[in-house]
Design a protein around this ligand. Structure first.
Ligand code: 26A
Length: 341
């Protein structure tokens, strides 16, 4: 297989995680299972938890998590990840996590800025994500055409972009999308959070025609349906509606992969009007440590298997295996030494 065949792009964040965080949900007006950009009042949460709570730092950033999951199942030097970090020790922690887990970091560095962070408030099996993007928001399309990065994009065969990136980076997301479409390569996107289809509808609409594989979960699918007035609440119907949207490169069918936590995963295709249903092996409540990153690890696992040329069933199984592994660990982490999938 070619080196660095998968090129991923997103917001590199360091997760600052706390458990039994019910009082924090109340204090900062957070929902138990959501992802938001911190508003002015919520920006106090970072200092608050670092000072007053027992915190655990883990590498995060949704697309970066997925990149590490794909690397878990691919040969060495398969996965490249870009995004913008600051000049600080947080960025070094992220570089170290990527290096350990087989992802090559191709960061843009914003001088004088801080690396982004995500407060992860765990309550039971829920996780509330409250993000301050900091340097991540300063990513510029010029990084993609820089002499270090441009050849990597030319060389890559698969692209993965976090829907979260569309809050600020639609131009860069489109640049990769158009390159992939023109070159007959595979472009994949994750819906990332309900607020993306809701509040970044226009940006999503610009990118969707280029998407060959779309990942999401049931609440993101529902949010899309609501934002676009789809007359259905069935996840399978919404997945099929996504699959049937216009496509820039019609020679490649579109796959839409929707996870539903412990419930079955739905896969719709533009070439088959009957979505497929894949059962999930349920873990017991005691086996679950926290659910932060499970969806990302699913997407990365699926994609890693897809890049390896595996059939759909195996891609879903790999996704399920890495999602299950992630929820049994603290934060968006996988088991090392590696377990055979
Ligand atoms: C723009 N926002 C809100 C975000 C994120 C994000 N990654 C990129 N952009 N908000 C939370 N995350 C990451 O999602 C992972 C869990 O799926 C967190 O860093 C966490 O690791």
């Amino acid at each position: 297989m070619a080196t660095f065949s998968l090129f991923a792009m997103g917001n590199p964040l360091l997760d600052i995680q706390v458990t039994e965080g019910e009082p924090l949900l109340e204090k900062y007006g957070l929902k138990p299972n959501d992802a938001v950009l911190a508003n002015e009042q919520q920006l106090a949460i970072y200092d608050d938890i670092v000072k007053n709570w027992k915190v655990t730092y883990v590498a995060g950033g949704a697309a970066q998590n997925a990149a590490r999951a794909a690397a878990y199942v691919l040969p060495e030097k398969s996965v490249m990840y870009t995004g913008c970090v600051g000049e600080d020790e947080l960025a070094d922690q992220l570089r170290a996590a990527n290096a350990k887990e087989g992802v090559e970091s191709a960061y843009q560095v914003a001088k004088g800025q801080r690396t982004g962070a995500c407060a992860v408030v765990i309550t039971g099996h829920h996780r509330s994500l409250c993000t301050t993007l900091q340097a991540a928001e300063s990513f510029t399309p010029s990084h993609l055409s820089s002499p270090e990065i441009a050849p990597l994009i030319q060389n890559a065969k698969f692209f993965y972009v976090g829907g979260f990136f569309l809050t600020h980076g639609v131009e860069s997301a489109l640049e990769l999308a158009k390159h992939a479409s023109n070159a007959g390569k595979v472009y994949t996107l994750n819906l990332s959070a309900p607020f993306i289809p809701q509040f970044f509808k226009a940006q999503l609409q610009q990118v969707l025609p280029y998407v060959d594989i779309l990942f999401g979960n049931e609440s993101e699918a529902a949010s899309y349906a609501e934002a676009n007035g789809l007359p259905t609440s069935s996840v399978a119907d919404i997945a099929q509606a996504f699959a049937n949207l216009d496509k820039a490169n019609p020679s490649r069918p579109r796959l839409v992969v929707i996870t539903q936590g412990a419930e079955s995963t739905i896969v719709a295709s533009s070439t088959d009007q009957t979505p497929k249903v894949f059962a999930v092996q349920k873990l017991s409540a005691e086996q679950i440590v926290d659910t932060n990153g499970a969806g990302d690890m699913f997407a990365g696992g699926f994609l890693g298997a897809y890049v390896s040329g595996k059939p759909l069933e195996e891609c879903v199984e790999t996704g399920h295996a890495l999602g299950a592994m992630c929820v049994q660990q603290v934060g968006p982490t996988l088991k090392f030494p590696k377990v055979k999938i």
